[in-house]
Design a protein around this ligand. Sequence first.
Ligand SMILES: Nc1ncnc2c1ncn2[C@@H]1O[C@H](COP(=O)(O)OP(=O)(O)OP(=O)(O)O)[C@@H](O)[C@H]1O
Length: 470
Amino acid sequence: MTDPDRIWTEAAGRLRSEIGEGAFSSYIAPSAVRADGAGQLILVTPTAYARDWVRKNALRRMNELWLGLDGLSRRLEVRCRAEMGSVAPASQVAAGRAEAPAANVVPMPMATHGPVADGARAVRAAGLQERLTFDSFVEGQGNAFALAIARQAACWADGHFNPIFFCGPYGYGKTHLLNAIAWEAQRLRPDAKVVYLTAERFLSTFVRAMQDRSTAAFKESLRGADMLLIDDVQFVGGKASTQDELLATLTSLIEDGKRIVLSADRPPMALTEVEPRLRSHLASGLTCPVEPADRALKLAVARNRIQALADLGVVSGEARPEVLEHLVDRTPGSMRELEGAVNTLAAVAGARLSALTVEEVQTLLGSALRGGPERRITVDEIQKTVAEHFTLKQADLLSERRTRSVARPRQIAMWLCKQHTTRSYPDIGRRFGGRDHTTVLHGVRKIEELMAHDDQIARDVEALTRKLRG
Ligand SMILES: Nc1ncnc2c1ncn2[C@@H]1O[C@H](COP(=O)(O)OP(=O)(O)OP(=O)(O)O)[C@@H](O)[C@H]1O
């Protein structure tokens, strides 16, 4: 394929299923691919904030996808609209018309997906990521048991505990295991109905079905599953009707001998926001911990990731062992943060990866890598900083007041809590005057959406982030 518009449509479609609907519609959908006078392909975002978000969170992956599709092996750069002069749509460059007059940035066409996946094709649409398979999962001390159980589940093994419940802190591979099970189970039994969805999606789809009076179709689509996988079950807490529906779905499937696989950030009995009856059903099968990774596992994952990038032609060669050790030791947090650091290294090193020394990495990645122990930012500190920034009282953020001058700073504070602390949505809700986790989720999404389009909000968030980091 060489037509940039077609490559973009294909690559963006895949990216959408990987980064989720919220981030996609905020940052990627309003962007478009253009070419500058020299024929360089550029992803043009609506704001500087969206550009920075894409650079940090999606550009590397987008280039991986792009390179896999583009017969001409071109790369994308990203700029915001304000930085762009008069540029032609990319397809005109491909057709040799680079001098054509500039067109406005055209949003990506937004395809709509059905609410619940059904079978291999639709399973993809529901958010399964192609790279999250057993082949790309690295075994280590903290996840060996979980991996063995996941493999058994994927084989439709007899004596399957029902449900299987993976639990552990965020970012250490639960979603990866659920994806791997779904892909493998579907591969082994192509006719089976394997349904994967996040609890958040379960909740929103169910709420929409109630509004549309189409709950029967919703129930039908889930209860016909041979294997149902629900990720991040902690997000189902709060809403009684959704919990009832989940309980009914689980009991009906279990009675029919169908397979159920779940994940959450805590063991079932610690999900205090979940009703006791549902909680005890969640705990009635096998609870399987996924522990935080040790250094050896982190090194193996980093090595693996670089190999995957090398296979895609993004980097060449291997990084020196001391460079990888430096990267791992200076990257606090989960595998997610580690993957980000490896991607950054690959982006700056490219073909020079194997020649890079630790000193060069320090210079190149400098501020991206931690120098010493990272300062912990607390919810209380965030609330105080946000209140001061908007000349409010901390108590206003915790109050019931809904006027925009209070509600927006409150949502910004919630977003900052999600970014800079490891608190869960229900936890954050409790610290903001006992709010429900769905209110926090809504607030976080709202800010993400606004930052992509509203420069004032983006500037406020940037300033607050700088203040908090000190
Ligand atoms: N053992 C592993 N091998 C390879 N990659 C891993 C491993 N563990 C985690 N990762 C990678 O780290 C990233 C985060 O993992 P994942 O999304 O599965 O975490 P999670 O536990 O589901 O987090 P959350 O609770 O936030 O959903 C993913 O890109 C995943 O592929």
